[in-house]
Design a protein around this ligand. Structure first.
Ligand SMILES: [Zn+2]
Length: 101
């Protein structure tokens, strides 16, 4: 088992899991109940996590996720949560907000 994604954003975590399952990876969600039960941002240890069951699939899974969240040749941007995100990311890695514009 290897964790390949974690986020406070449960929707984003589910989205990531769907992407990996579509690629044929067996995955497991962790902490999703904790995250959804809390109204405010949960602490880091309560982030929703996506794990792949086979560690040898982790590298491929991370590539799938990186590609799905990335767009090349875009300027860096600042999320509403204050996080500065590199231009290749179309969603904030921290809170999952989609880049404005
Ligand atoms: Zn953010």
């Amino acid at each position: 088992m290897k964790r390949v994604f974690s986020s406070h954003n449960l929707v984003l975590a589910h989205h990531s899991r769907n992407l990996l399952e579509a690629e044929g990876s067996e995955t497991e969600m962790r902490n999703q109940i904790l995250s959804s039960a809390m109204g405010e941002l949960p602490p880091a240890e309560c982030q929703a996590e996506v794990w792949v069951l086979r560690e040898d699939e982790a590298a491929r899974a991370e590539t799938v996720l990186r590609n799905s969240f990335s767009r090349k040749d875009e300027p860096a941007w600042t999320c509403r949560c204050g996080e500065r995100c590199e231009g290749q990311f179309t969603q904030c890695w921290r809170c999952g907000t989609t880049r404005p514009g």
